[in-house]
Write a protein that binds this ligand. Structure first.
Ligand code: ZN
Length: 445
């Protein structure tokens, strides 16, 4: 990937996300991989590259709190199914079939899409095997990435190829974490990722917690996505899903729970009191008919929330713009117009999402000392005219097509709308070839 250099982004409309409603014409100076200065006018240091971004919006890179890039090759191939059959009939057989090369092709496609859509940081969950290929893709393409192999050692409908031995699964994660946590100058992090309660024995859940806490790595899992899943957890454990996870220690500031759609009052209180992070994934929840998480309530209770597209086969895109638009409109059905206003949505997609995935104070704002993760949006598509409130433009008008430049850790990873760190056409070709081979082996064609 490109080198971190001193760079002046000159003359954009800066939306620093340091305060709601603030936007001003100005310059942003990046140096040594961090934001060095933000002001109406800055003189470039002699060694600086000057990038003219006049007429563009300049804002912190977007953060997604829950994705699965490894699922990218099953995109458009797992339609019209609810969560449990979606997993058992399509996603798990697909994941079980993935070779090392196919994991790499899937991860490269997903990460390229994330970066070209302005997402500079993500919390990701892999499959049970070949996780090195996911980290290698994130390393090369230049995204800020927390990920981990997923853990599965029990459950109905789990193919033999994914069913792990508890101790071997945990040992594999520890090896991966030692290898990748803190790599690429801290851009890559390890997150211990038991898949969900239904596919993990109590011993595996407890071991995952012990592993994460021993090393100071994050925990990342799914909870209360679907009514049937939530019922099954209750039948199995006699506890609510969030409560069951908290019982074994999967709660707290180092934990990200995806979905949290079907919660009782005690579970909402538990999320708030433990400061557990929640990934709100409205696109996936609609596609799989899972339900609508009560985002306004989660925010009222002070729960730390970020947004996530989840997997390409349950969305079918990894676009933060799609999730922002949904988060800013869906909750009007229950809460009335403006239930979650555009500035709040933009906070969820930047600094609040960063806080939810353990990057608080380092990512999600354009302010001195923050990492140099920046997205520059052109204001040229029809839906961006005529310019108005910047948050309304970004949340309700913009799309991936508006992303012009993207910088991560001070390095340009997308330039003029094209991936700068790898050959985008080669990534697409590899993905098509791998998807065709998988379809053939899985009998999907
Ligand atoms: Zn997921």
């Amino acid at each position: 990937m490109g080198e971190s250099a001193t760079m002046l982004l000159r003359g954009g409309l800066v939306v620093p996300m340091t305060e709601r409603g603030v936007a001003f014409s100005g310059d942003v100076l990046l140096a040594g991989g961090t934001v060095s200065a933000v002001a109406a006018r800055l003189d470039p240091p002699p060694d600086a590259t000057v990038l003219d971004v006049s007429g563009c919006l300049v804002l912190p890179g977007f953060v997604q709190a829950h994705v699965h890039v490894v699922q990218s090759l099953a995109r458009h191939r797992a339609e019209a199914l609810e969560l449990l059959p979606w997993l058992t009939e399509r996603i798990w057989p697909y994941e079980a079939a993935l070779s090392t090369g196919e994991v790499a092709a899937a991860a490269r496609l997903g990460i390229a899409e994330l970066l070209c859509g302005g997402t500079t940081a993500a919390m990701d969950m892999g499959t049970t095997h070949n996780q090195d290929a996911v980290f290698a893709a994130a390393d090369q393409l230049g995204i800020r990435f927390a990920s981990g192999k997923c853990h599965m050692d029990t459950g109905d409908g789990v193919p033999a190829g994914l069913l792990e031995d508890c101790d071997a699964s945990l040992a594999a994660a520890e090896e991966l974490g030692v290898r990748w946590h803190g790599a690429a100058g801290g851009r890559l992090r390890y997150a211990v990722a038991p898949r969900f309660v239904l596919s993990c024995s109590p011993e595996l859940l407890a071991g995952a917690v012990a592993l994460a806490r021993r090393h100071g790595w994050q925990l990342h899992t799914h909870t209360s996505e679907n009514v049937r899943e939530t019922q099954l957890v209750h039948e199995l454990t006699g506890r609510g899903n969030v409560a069951c996870l908290a019982d074994v220690g999967i709660a707290g500031e180092d934990t990200v729970l995806a979905h949290a759609v079907h919660l009782d009052d005690a579970e909402v209180a538990l999320l708030a009191s433990t400061r557990t992070g929640v990934a709100h994934c409205p696109g996936a929840n609609l596609k799989l008919a899972s339900g609508i998480a009560d985002l306004p309530r989660l925010l009222r209770e002070g729960i730390r929330v970020g947004l996530g597209a989840d997997g390409p086969p349950c969305n079918n895109r990894l676009s933060i713009f799609h999730e922002m638009s949904l988060a800013g409109t869906l909750h009007n059905l229950r809460g009335g117009a403006g239930a979650v206003d555009a500035w709040t949505v933009l906070e969820l997609a930047t600094w609040r999402g960063a806080e939810a995935i353990g990057l608080g104070g380092r990512v999600g704002r354009l302010a001195p000392g923050y990492r140099a993760d920046v997205v520059v949006l052109a204001v040229e598509s029809w839906a961006m005219e005529p310019a108005g409130d910047p948050a309304a433009m970004i949340v309700h008008g913009a799309a991936d097509r508006d992303v012009r430049h993207v910088v991560v850790d001070g390095a340009v990873v997308v330039r003029d709308g094209a991936l700068a760190t790898a050959d985008g056409a080669a990534i697409r070709r590899a993905a098509r070839t791998a998807a065709a081979s998988l379809e053939h082996r899985l009998g999907w064609t």
